[in-house]
Design a protein around this ligand. Structure first.
Ligand code: PMV
Length: 330
């Protein structure tokens, strides 16, 4: 039931999606959403989520013009509880969320959505939380959401011990290294198995899981150094190693998690061919068939040109590295 009130104010949280160059897959604590390993991501300026908190209506929870499903409700509820100590169905607000890119298709729409919701709720309740604190709140919605609070290059920090927790910190900002990202959408339909479900299955069933946890720690420290040194070749090596190890774990999960399609493979092959010709380009793939190509801005056009020759690409979204989440009052 929608309850309409007289006083009307809209608080709008805006956050960008992010992609991990050095990835996480698997959790040490599912209830608290704590990953088994850290991750390092870049913020995507052109993939945006908008979350409006409306004070004139309550009990209206909308995502992309549709009432939210139970899975989304659970995610939103965890963020709401972490920031307000109230259940989602107890707060006196309507929430209207939108993404300007495909939702639940392996493009981290929950990361940007939960970060946007966190900054909006922080403003609504007048909490003045620090970015680290907001990152901790957003992580309750999804671990990757912790990264979308910050702009630029971001690393997650996992604290173990009595009360395990996670949040993310900015490593360097969006101006440190100008990179260009080409997001090749090869199938925008909703993925069959969500990341959270997939990770739990992998941890339970993949023979490679323990090695992945061990190896990913080295990948992170060497990959972080390559990033700080702005060494594109080394960063490409660790980016692809992280991606391939994660997909190896996914593919050896029972039942198997095979997120790629033929176009995914064609784009990987193209990236390798372009690199042989001297073009600095690397790829990464999350829990879906989309391929994200990372390059230096001067090479964007020639890569786009080469992508035109590949069948099966629905669209290419170009992005630079973006800023952190912020809020507007309307
Ligand atoms: O935190 P989630 O549920 O959005 O899962 C993210 C998982 C990957 O995108 C595949 C890897 C990563 O580190 O972002």
């Amino acid at each position: 039931m929608t309850i309409v009130r007289e006083d009307s104010k809209i608080i709008k949280g805006i956050a960008n999606s992010n992609i991990a160059l050095l990835k996480y897959w698997g959790k040490s604590d599912v209830m608290k959403n704590i990953p088994d390993m850290p991750s390092i991501s870049i913020n995507l300026a052109n993939l945006n989520s908008y979350v409006e908190l409306k004070t004139d209506v309550t009990k209206q929870l909308i995502l992309n013009d549709q009432p939210i499903d139970n899975h989304t409700y659970a995610r939103w509820n965890r963020v709401c509880k972490a920031i307000s100590s109230k259940e989602l169905n107890q707060i006196e607000l309507g929430i209207n969320a939108n993404n300007n890119f495909p939702t639940s298709a392996g493009l981290a729409s929950s990361a940007s959505g939960m970060a946007a919701m966190t900054v909006a709720l922080n403003q609504y309740y007048g909490l003045n939380l620090t970015l680290s604190e907001m990152s901790r709140v957003a992580s309750k919605g999804s671990a990757s959401a912790a990264r979308s609070i910050h702009g630029g290059f971001v690393e997650t920090v996992i604290s173990k011990g009595q009360s395990p927790d996670m949040h993310a910190e900015q490593l360097v900002d969006e101006n440190y290294w100008k990179l260009s990202i080409l997001i090749c959408v090869t199938d925008s339909s909703i993925k069959k198995i969500s990341s959270s479900e997939g990770m739990q299955l992998s941890k339970k069933t993949s023979e490679l899981y323990d090695s992945w946890v061990r190896l990913s720690k080295n990948i992170i420290s060497d990959g972080r150094q390559a990033l700080l040194d702005k060494d594109f070749e080394k960063l490409s090596f660790y980016t692809e190693l992280s991606c391939m190890c994660m997909h190896g774990v996914m593919m050896t999960t029972r039942p198997e998690l095979f997120y790629w399609n033929l176009t995914t493979l064609r784009i990987i092959t193209l990236a390798k061919e372009l690199r042989k010709k001297g073009i600095p380009v690397t790829f990464t793939i999350d829990a879906g068939p989309q391929v994200k190509l990372i390059t230096e801005p001067d090479f964007t056009k020639s890569i786009e040109h080469a992508l035109n020759e590949i069948d099966g690409i629905e669209k290419v979204i170009e992005s630079s590295i973006g800023e952190g989440a912020y809020c507007e009052s309307v």
